[in-house]
Design a protein around this ligand. Structure first.
Ligand SMILES: Cc1cc2nc3c(=O)[nH]c(=O)nc-3n(C[C@H](O)[C@H](O)[C@H](O)COP(=O)(O)OP(=O)(O)OC[C@H]3O[C@@H](n4cnc5c(N)ncnc54)[C@H](O)[C@@H]3O)c2cc1C
Length: 474
């Protein structure tokens, strides 16, 4: 049975969730804070297990982190708990069900009057030849190993993809002794010049960027604009990659390919919001400037479902500072709503901060788009879905030979996205390949089709059978 209701249940203890919990507590609410991780901090403030003081040199703004942890200290916490489903409504209350990752029998079921969902995002991936070789990592994966375990993914590392996130990844690896043989940014940093106004309003981002540039210069890491890692090579592990110059549409400039030796590759193409939980509750969504499906929120971070608030990357990828601002707004609004008072006006300070950071995020998406030309790097035999071993040729054939007109049907016909990761790795690529083969653009409906997962975390059949009655799932 569910416990007596909390006023606010916050899912996710990253920058957004911590800020939401602290703000809701400050507003007098009884708060539950649930996170799949054993420690607070999420992706941005990821620490070595049991040591929140470690790897300080790899972190930014730890003062904010400590203040948020202290502010959230009055919440009842559920560390290591994966929320696998939630149900309910503002009128009847919500029920949040979780399993403890390190103890499959450990479960929690808690009731809450309102929800703040702050589940963050995961690495967006696009496939390339032999990207399934051991030694090929996502940029976020390489960063997580470094911050969370002080493990280097390799000694001689190539960093590639697009977006400012490549810089801390390369700087962190170099700081810990890896030889970063190059950062290959598929877009050009010159694009930022057109967004000087947006950058000037968030001085901390400028300082952070300058710090990374200085670190790369100090470690003699070459930065290559308009170039990408388009193939990996090796027998059992990655031994080299092909890098190439790209034209404006990201097609390879003929004759520009060259092979670079390495023992690891970290590739990142931005992030994909983690939407299982908000979608399970039926919230409205929209397609953001980076082509991601995100949750639609109003100025109080309210979703279209009463009583459900969303903050952080799930309502638009924009970095930790934006996540904190949104979390504070969501937590305050959720707390005041449960006391019966409508949400008070968002303080001008927070409104201004959120607006400035959202403008910066929009600039980042405009300067670092993912262009369709990556699809021309693939052979028909390039794996797209690694779990089910489905190739690019098979996804295209699902459209061209079998008549699929959307990624969900392409998935049913080819099995792309039906494996262990349930499309978290290949969903974006499958949606893009399907749309291209249909001669259309990726739509919100396409993205929704590859983002919905009614069960958000693995659970045992016994547990599922036990809870099916409550959730109405079959
Ligand atoms: C792997 C990775 C590494 C990153 N590293 C950096 C970095 O070094 N520097 C940087 O500027 N940006 C980094 N980012 C971007 C970063 O995600 C954001 O800028 C920032 O952390 C967003 O904050 P958030 O609170 O929205 O989400 P997150 O920080 O992602 O926090 C979300 C939290 O929700 C929890 N959660 C999600 N689903 C569930 C569930 N079903 N049940 C229970 N808990 C759940 C997660 O465990 C996580 O702690 C990284 C992103 C990724 C994916």
């Amino acid at each position: 049975m569910a416990t007596s209701p909390y006023d606010v249940a916050v899912v996710g203890a990253g920058p957004a969730g911590l800020a939401a919990a602290a703000a809701a507590l400050a507003g007098g609410a009884r708060v539950a804070l649930i996170d799949a991780g054993r420690q607070p901090g999420g992706q941005y403030w990821r620490h070595r297990p049991g040591d929140l003081g470690a790897v300080a040199d790899l972190h930014h703004d730890l003062r904010t982190f400590r203040a948020l942890v202290a502010g959230a200290a009055g919440a009842v916490t559920f560390p290591g708990h994966h929320v696998w489903t939630m149900s309910g409504s503002a009128a009847d209350g919500f029920v949040v069900r979780s399993v403890a990752g390190d103890d499959p029998r450990g479960t929690a079921e808690l009731a809450a009057r309102s929800l703040v969902l702050a589940p963050g995002a995961y690495d967006r991936q696009v496939p390339f030849r032999s990207w399934d070789l051991p030694g090929v990592y996502t940029a976020g994966g390489a960063q997580a190993l470094l911050k969370g375990n002080e493990v280097l993914v390799g000694r001689r590392v190539v960093v590639g993809g697009t977006g400012p996130f490549l810089l801390p990844v390369a700087a962190g690896l170099a700081a810990r002794g890896a030889r970063v043989v190059g950062v290959y940014e598929a877009n050009g940093p010159a694009g930022w010049a057109r967004h000087a106004g947006a950058v000037a309003r968030v001085a901390a981002k400028l300082t952070e960027g300058a710090g990374y540039a200085a670190a790369l210069a100090r470690h003699r890491v070459p930065f290559h604009a308009r170039q990408a890692v388009v193939a990996a090579h090796g027998d059992d592990v990655v031994e080299a990659v092909t890098v190439a110059k790209l034209d404006h549409e990201w097609r390879v400039v003929p004759g520009s390919e060259r092979v670079v030796e390495c023992d690891a590759v970290a590739v990142g193409w931005g992030f994909t919001p983690q939407l299982e939980l908000p979608l399970a509750l039926g919230v409205g969504t929209r397609v953001d400037a980076d082509g991601s499906l995100v949750v639609e929120v109003d100025e109080h971070q309210r979703t279209t479902v009463p009583g459900v608030y969303v903050a952080g990357e799930a309502c638009g990828v924009g970095g930790a500072a934006l996540a904190v601002a949104e979390g504070e707004i969501a937590g305050t609004a959720a707390a005041t709503a449960t006391t019966g008072a409508g949400p008070a006006a968002v303080p001008a300070r927070l409104r201004r901060r959120r607006r400035a950071l959202r403008r910066f995020a929009a600039a980042m998406h405009a300067v670092h788009p993912v262009r369709d030309g990556w699809q021309t790097w693939l052979g028909d035999d390039t794996l797209v879905c690694r779990c089910e071993e489905v190739t690019a040729g098979e996804v295209r054939a699902a459209v061209e030979d079998l008549g699929a007109t959307d990624p969900r049907t392409a998935k049913l016909l080819s099995r792309a996205g039906m494996g262990w990761c349930q499309g978290r790795v290949c969903g974006y690529a499958t949606a893009c390949l399907t749309a291209s083969a249909c001669g259309s653009a990726v739509s919100a409906l396409d993205l929704q089709g590859v983002s919905e997962r009614p069960i958000a975390a693995p659970i045992s059949l016994g547990r599922l059978a036990g809870d099916a009655g409550h959730t109405g799932q079959q």
